[in-house]
Each structure stands twice: as C-alpha cells, then as structure tokens.
Design a protein. Structure first.
Length: 406
C-alpha cells in the first residue's frame, strides 16, 4: 500500500498518475490536488485502480510566449463552439500543451473558475500573459453571452498581430545578419590577415601607400585594444537597450526616430497603423465602449508616439469630440484611415471600416516585406564592397607598386 505524501495545507500541486480502468486498460493522466491521498481517493471513485502517483516537477519548460497564448485562445474558442464545457476545455488544452509552464498556468485558471471566479477575473490574475485588452474582451463576452464569438475574434486578432510582428522581424533579420557577418569578417581581417601582410611589406622597403598605412594603423589599434573596443561596443549596446526599455523619454525618442528611418520607417508605420486599427475594430465590435476601448489600443500599437496620440484621442472623445476629429488633431494618422473612420462613424459601422483599414495595411506590410529583400541587396553590396573591397585594395597597392617598379 502506497504511503500518502501530503502537500502543504491549502496548497495544491499537479500529480501525474497511472492505473487501470474497469476494463483493465492502462490509463494515464494529471490531476491538481492537495496530495497523493486525494488523488488516490478521487481516482478510486472513478473506478480506476491506481498503480503510480507522483508529483509533477514544476521546474523546467520554456517561457510562455504570445504565440502560446494565441494557440490556447484558438483551441479554447474552437472547443467552446463545439459545445465542450469550459472546465473540460481547459483540461483538454492543458493536457495537450507541451510546455509545463503553460499547463500550470491553465490549471491555475481552471481552479479559479471551478471555485466560482469569472473567467475574465481569473485571467486578470496573470497580467504577464493576459493584457487588459484580452481581459476586457473576455469580460464583454461573458456579460453578453457571446464568449465563444469573442474568443474566436480574439484568436484572429492575436494571429494577425503575431503574423505582422513576424514579418517585421524577418524583414530586419536579413540586413542585420549580413552586417554581423561583415563585422566578424572585418575583425578576422584586422587581427590576423593585415598583420601578416605587414610582415611581408617590411621586406619590400620603401614607403607604403597612404591607404595601406591607414589600414595597418587601424589594424594595430584593433589588435592592441580589441578588448576595449568590444567592451565599449557591448556595454554601449546593453545600456542603450536598457535605457530604451526603461526610460519613457528614450522610448518616445526612439519610436519617433524609427518612424522616420528610410524604407524601414514606412514599414514600421504601416504595421503600427494595422495593429492600431485592428485592435480598435476588435474592441468596438465586441461592444466595449469607445472610451474604454481606447485604453488598450495605444499600448497594443507597439509605438510610444501612437500611445501618446491615443491618450489624447481618449481625452477628446470623453469630452464629446468625434473620433475622426480627435484622430485628425493628433496628426499621426494617414488620410485613408481618417476617411474610413469618418465613413464608419457616419454609417454606424466603425468596427467594419476600421477592420477594412487594418486589412489594407496588413496587405501593405506583406507587399513591403516581399520587396524589401531585393531592395536591400544593392545597399548591402555597396556597404560590403566599400568596407572589405577597400581593405583588400589597400593591402594590394604595395604589391602593384612593386610590380610597376620591376
């Protein structure tokens, strides 16, 4: 007979169990309980002959990402549409997750809901994973009896947001990767190749060409102070990104600068507009009042400039101004978005028109990403040609000069 190992009073953990059902078939599963005795008793009541019960390790597993939440939302919406009860839906999704942290999160939420907490309130206990927009939409779905529809809308919103972010990252990844490789190649040339050439040039005698002297001087400096160069570069990047992350003034300045960068600035602007319009359309269609909906829109845009503009719009709308008028006053929205918002306000279909605007800018982002690689290639070739080609030519100038003398 197994000895029951009780958990601390009031604290429930997840146990993995194995046994045989009434038909002698081996079954396995997980259960959240206060101890092994509770698990054994519960399973016996279900007619399961328990052979093994052990506490599941809570450590390990990757962190929960936005994609995990999007997949969970889609699965939950699908099962609820199929008529699966909410608690059973959480059980199915939790068991199907390959991430222990995600499983624990879902089990925690399920326990709260099972004890009488509303689903939106259970989500609000985990703000790191479920933001205000998510919780507000779930709350609106619960109040209106349309939770399935709102979860489906949430899933679509998250999928489109993740897709846009992924496209932006893929567009930026290519030039960044090429420049990193170029930096590594230049480092190798400076540390190993140029000093070898310098030893050869010493045997030639005579004065070296000016470009060669400059490159050799740079190589000597790099070899002597490489640790300082890498330290300053690494430390500078670290403090830059930390200040960008923590300082509100830095965030505003950088977000404003990003929107003005040639080529990439236009891509970032369109992605921000797409997220802004998609978020407001989703919130408004769910029946969330406009002023409350604007609370979540600014942060969801992912840009401090538009977050500030949204705060101003919210103040103006709360005092009776029309949405389109307030958006025009900020001066950060394209004419097409303003016109579609105006048509939506006049016709009473603001959510539909904003959704159309979001679709337009999402397609624009798609087209820009497709053409960006071919557009960046000439610039990258020129940069690499000037850097590496210039060094190579400088190193061979003394050899050419020697050949002309001979």
């Amino acid at each position: 007979m197994a000895t029951a190992t009780l958990a601390k009073p009031g604290k429930e953990v997840i146990f993995e169990w194995e046994g045989k059902d009434r038909n002698g078939k081996v079954v396995r599963g997980e259960m959240r309980a206060g101890g092994e005795a509770v698990v054994n008793a519960s399973l016996r009541r279900q007619g399961i002959l328990v052979s093994k019960v052990k506490k599941r390790r809570s450590s390990g597993g990757r962190s929960i990402k936005q994609k995990d939440i999007a997949i969970f939302t889609r699965q939950l919406a699908t099962m609820m549409k199929a008529g699966v009860p909410l608690l059973q839906s959480f059980d199915i999704v939790g068991r199907g997750s390959t991430n222990p942290r995600m499983t624990k999160l879902l089990n925690d939420i399920r326990t709260d809901v099972e004890t009488g907490t509303s689903l939106s309130a259970a989500f609000r206990k985990h703000p790191m994973h479920f933001d205000a927009l998510y919780c507000n939409l779930v709350e609106a779905g619960e109040a209106g009896g349309i939770l399935e529809a709102l979860l489906d809308r949430l899933a679509i919103y998250q999928e489109k947001t993740i897709a846009i972010k992924g496209k932006i990252k893929s567009a930026l990844m290519y030039p960044i990767a090429v420049l990193v490789v170029a930096f590594v190649v230049l480092t190798v040339i400076m540390i190993f190749v140029i000093p070898a050439f310098e030893d050869v040039f010493k045997s030639f005698g005579g004065e070296l060409p000016l470009p060669t002297q400059v490159v050799i001087a740079m190589s000597k400096f790099f070899v002597q102070w490489w640790w300082l160069i890498f330290g300053i570069l690494g430390g500078g990047l670290y403090f830059f990104f930390q200040s960008w992350k923590r300082s509100e003034k830095m965030q505003i300045a950088m977000d404003r600068l990003l929107l003005r960068i040639p080529v990439f600035g236009d891509l970032i602007l369109k992605s921000v507009i797409a997220r802004w319009t998609r978020t407001l359309s989703t919130m408004f269609a769910a029946g969330v009042p406009l002023v409350e909906a604007l609370d979540s829109v600014g942060g969801a845009s992912g840009n401090a400039v538009y977050a500030i503009a949204t705060e101003q719009i919210q103040k103006d709308v709360s005092t009776g101004s029309a949405l389109t008028t307030s958006m025009t006053t900020t001066g950060v929205f394209p004419t097409m978005v303003l016109q579609m918002a105006a048509i939506g306000e006049e016709s009473g279909s603001l959510d539909h028109m904003l959704g159309k605007a979001a679709e337009f800018y999402e397609e624009e982002v798609d087209e820009m990403v497709k053409g960006l690689s071919s557009l960046m290639e000439p610039f990258i070739i020129v940069i690499l040609g000037v850097l590496i080609g210039g060094i190579v030519v400088s190193m061979y100038l003394p050899i050419f000069k020697l050949g002309s003398v001979v």
